[in-house]
Design a binder for this molecule. Structure first.
Ligand code: G6P
Ligand code: MN
Length: 448
């Protein structure tokens, strides 16, 4: 099997490669092609992988290339993990929003819209290119905002593109653990959009165990999302939301915390990763040790933005190991390549699973996965408060797709203005001005 990683110079590629090194079964990945637009990053990461592979007989061969067509040809799987505009762009997404008093998070609110407007045209080009050069490849999209970007790519790749996120799996595992249930035996009733979903039940042996959690303040206080949202709110909601819903339910606090922070998340990550790539230019630098040090620093403050606000604490090490997105990606690849049927929570086209959205809307939902790909499972309808958020945010995503396709500025304004976390059309207009000034990549928004 040949795996191509777009964004192959990315900081998390060694995690993916590490997961591949642990797979010795028939049908595993034997060749990895790294593609990136930044040659220095590509060299740095290739050095780390070479060191990871040392002494392992069946380690997948690694090729690094700056030629996209060459990277795509013959690929069985393509991971798309790019960051258009880099962490510099992410920092600008944060700053422009905060200057208007609204949230500039990577995937949520104004920041997520700006990031989407930058990313969709690039992801669309990639999708077209993949459809032409590797029409039989399965494409696994990691690129954020993952739901929106997957939907953009699905317009060209259909159900051959599958989006992934580690947050629903991680949440399900954390809930199972506090309930004393084996996570691999539990059915997690989770649905919504990427970074906008709710666990409504956790079923084991035909019984829903979630009510037991919601009724027990001590249990609720013993895991991250319990502390993040607070026992009272979770009980009142009757579900456990994805951590990213903290930005909706505690928006004012989140914006204030961002404004008060010494550094935004984007700036923090930019500085840290710059350090890694700079050190790696020294041929004497030990690659893995250098990467590991940066990774440890990063994970000490992992996902932090929402957690810092509520003092929810750090994520446990066991969680990072078992629930990480590279594990989700590997499980997905295995199920498809070996026709090993499994269920995973993924970002796929709706196909009727949530009747309140149309068939082509990408949603995040439990799927049955096998050699035929990922098929969403029918789920219970969402309650009205969740329908409200999900449909409003899907309307925003559609406006982003329209703006990216047509270059229409009024569609871009509509995207910002319709978002539940942007409180005025005038703010939306100023955001479009601010973002087009900050990002050269948004120059295409030049039509009325
Ligand atoms: C979570 C999210 C991902 C995000 C990651 C890293 O796992 O589900 O979508 O990319 O956190 O966030 P960071 O702020 O460290 O870039
Ligand atoms: Mn995610």
């Amino acid at each position: 099997m040949k795996l191509t990683i777009l964004g192959g110079g990315g900081f998390r590629v060694p995690l993916v490669y590490g997961a591949l090194l642990g797979d010795h079964a028939e049908g595993r990945v034997t060749r990895v092609t790294l593609y990136d637009t930044d040659a220095d990053r590509l060299t740095a990461v290739a050095r780390v992988l070479a060191e990871q592979a040392a002494g392992i007989d069946d380690a997948p061969a690694v090729v690094a290339t700056a030629d996209l067509d060459e990277a795509l040809r013959g690929a069985d799987f393509v991971f798309s993990a790019i960051r258009v505009g880099g962490l510099e762009g992410r920092a600008a997404d944060e700053r422009v929003a905060l200057d208007e008093g609204v949230l500039g998070q990577e995937t949520v609110g104004a920041g997520g819209i700006a990031y989407g407007l930058r990313t969709v045209p690039v992801a669309t080009d990639l999708a077209r290119r993949i459809a032409r050069l590797a029409p039989d490849a399965w494409v696994i999209n990691f690129t954020n905002p993952a739901g929106l970007v997957t939907e953009a790519m699905a317009r060209h790749l259909g159900d051959r593109v599958i989006g992934i996120c580690d947050s629903p799996v991680g949440l399900g595992r954390r809930i199972a653990r506090v309930l004393g249930v084996d996570p691999d035996r539990a059915w997690i009733d989770y649905v919504g959009l990427n970074h906008l979903g709710w666990v409504r039940g956790l079923h084991v042996d035909g019984r829903d165990e979630l009510p037991r959690l919601l009724a027990d303040p001590a249990l609720l206080g013993s895991f991250e999302e319990g502390r993040l949202f607070g026992a009272d709110w979770l009980r009142s909601l009757g579900a456990v939301p994805n951590e990213y819903l903290h930005y909706y339910y505690f928006n004012r606090e989140a914006v204030r915390a961002y404004q008060d922070a010494e550094q935004t998340r984007g700036v923090f990550l930019r500085e840290q990763q710059e350090g890694f790539y700079a050190r790696m230019k020294d041929p004497a630098a030990p690659p893995l040790a250098t990467w590991d040090r940066t990774r440890a620093e990063r994970e000490a403050t992992y996902m932090s933005e929402n957690r810092d606000v509520a003092g929810a604490g750090e994520r446990e090490e066991s969680d990072l190991e078992s629930g990480g997105y590279e594990q989700v990606a590997l499980a997905l690849m295995r199920a498809v390549a070996r026709d090993e049927r499994t269920s995973l929570i993924l970002d796929v086209r709706n196909r009727g699973a949530l009747p309140v959205l149309d068939e082509d809307a990408v949603i995040e939902v439990p799927c049955l996965v096998d050699a035929n790909g990922a098929r969403p499972v029918a789920v219970d309808p969402l309650p009205y408060h969740a329908v409200g958020l999900v449909t409003a945010v899907k309307a925003v995503e559609r406006a982003v797709l329209e703006a990216a396709e047509s270059g229409s500025r009024s569609a871009a304004v509509r995207a910002f203005a319709l978002h539940p976390l942007v409180d005025s059309v005038s703010v939306a207009r100023r955001l479009v001005e601010g973002y087009t000034r900050a990002h050269p990549g948004l120059g295409y928004l030049d039509r009325p």
